[in-house]
Design a protein around this ligand. Structure first.
Ligand SMILES: Cc1ncc(C[n+]2csc(CCOP(=O)(O)OP(=O)(O)O)c2C)c(N)n1
Ligand SMILES: [Mg+2]
Length: 358
């Protein structure tokens, strides 16, 4: 006998067209304040990003990972969460920290190389920057399982990159989250690149590409999870999808894996030169889809955007960022910190080096 044992499909959600025109059936009913907040935080993240890039080029902070082009994913997903929900970032979601009340100065202190910057304010409910790719999936899943066991009404939002979806930790995290029906939402920032490794394999590729999976969202199907793909340049699609996933999670309907399709419009980090491996015409095409412009066009249609509003947002961003740079540069970390924040107990050779250094 032959038959089809199971069939699956992956839904795709887009609400705003490229000229900011909404799909009336899917358009959420958000207040003018909520809509303007979505816009404001995207603009502030982009301002933070260009300041950080300039600081790095002047040697005033260390290697930095830009958020350029991913603002809708970071802001949409973070604002969809309730303050009691915990956020598990990787290293590109600067807006998630800012929205959660982490001072700009802390972020520049961190990117300046001091762990003091990741001593996060009480009640910010966000984990520190996570550099080991994919490991935060376990933190997000584990915390969600704990919320469930403790009967707390909170959920988790974990951000991962496309490369994370190839790690063991990602798959273990998803499996645990699903078997426990934990209140966890995982957001894949599919920005098409993992440093210089492309998301998609060509026919002739032999290794050197991320995955032959048709979508990244479908990886959740293997674990019996809800999964969905969204236009990651469309902040309304991201917001609505993450909010629904969180509502489902809190209602005991289990975790969701969301693949947000966006594009990394800058280098991997300031230590990278993407012109060596990216096609400039493709990047230009994605620049035309960037999320801030599209949402601005939508707000304009709704008469919620004008020059006066733009100036006010930029002035608020500038005040926050300028004050943050000043404070971060006044901060003087202890040089011995470099020994104190890697291992909980120093290895004998590091102990020796620490003494010698002192
Ligand atoms: C476990 C682990 N392996 C390797 C690295 C080195 N590394 C840093 S970023 C990166 C690529 C990550 O790509 P992706 O998940 O797509 O995120 P993106 O940088 O595109 O935001 C790699 C391999 C790491 N940080 N952690
Ligand atoms: Mg990537």
């Amino acid at each position: 006998m032959e038959k089809i044992a199971a069939k699956f499909n992956v839904q795709y959600i887009q609400i705003l067209g490229e000229k900011g025109e909404p799909d009336k059936k899917l358009e959420p009913k958000l207040s003018p304040q909520q809509l303007r907040d979505l816009y404001k935080w995207m603009v502030i993240e982009r301002m933070f990003d260009s300041t950080a890039l300039a600081l790095q080029r002047e040697g005033r902070i260390g290697t930095y990972a830009q958020s350029l082009g991913e603002e809708a994913v970071h802001v949409g997903a973070t604002l969809a969460a309730k303050p009691e929900d915990w956020i598990f970032p990787d290293y590109r979601e600067h807006a998630a920290f800012l929205i959660r009340g982490v001072p700009v100065a802390s972020l520049f202190t961190h990117w300046g190389g001091s762990e003091d910057g990741m001593k996060l304010p009480e009640n910010s409910n966000i984990f520190p920057v996570c550099i080991p790719v994919g490991t935060q999936t376990l933190h997000g899943a584990g915390t969600a399982i704990a919320f469930k066991l403790k009967k707390e009404k909170a959920a988790t939002v974990t951000f991962v990159g496309d490369a994370s979806t190839s790690t063991g930790d990602f798959h273990e995290g998803l499996n645990f989250a699903s078997t426990f029906q934990a209140p966890a939402v995982f957001v894949i920032r599919n920005n098409h690149w993992a440093i210089s490794t492309p998301r998609t394999c060509l026919e002739e590729d032999w290794g050197g590409c991320q995955t032959r999976s048709e979508t990244l969202a479908q990886k959740g199907i293997a674990y019996g999870m809800n999964c969905v793909q969204v236009d990651g340049n469309d902040i309304l699609a991201v917001y609505v999808t993450v909010k629904k996933a969180l509502d489902d999670a809190r209602a005991g309907k289990g975790p969701t894996l969301i693949e947000a399709i966006c594009y990394r419009l800058g280098p991997h980090t300031t230590a990278d030169d993407p012109t060596r491996y990216q096609d400039a015409t493709v990047v230009k095409k994605w620049f035309e889809k960037e999320p801030i412009k599209r949402f601005q066009l939508y707000l304009k249609r709704k008469k919620l955007w004008d020059d006066k509003f733009e100036k006010a947002v930029q002035a608020q961003g500038k005040r926050m960022i300028d004050a943050g740079v000043k404070l971060a540069e006044e901060h003087k970390p202890k040089p011995t910190d470099m020994f104190d924040y890697v291992y909980s107990e120093l290895t004998p050779n590091l102990e020796e080096q620490r003494k010698e250094f002192e």
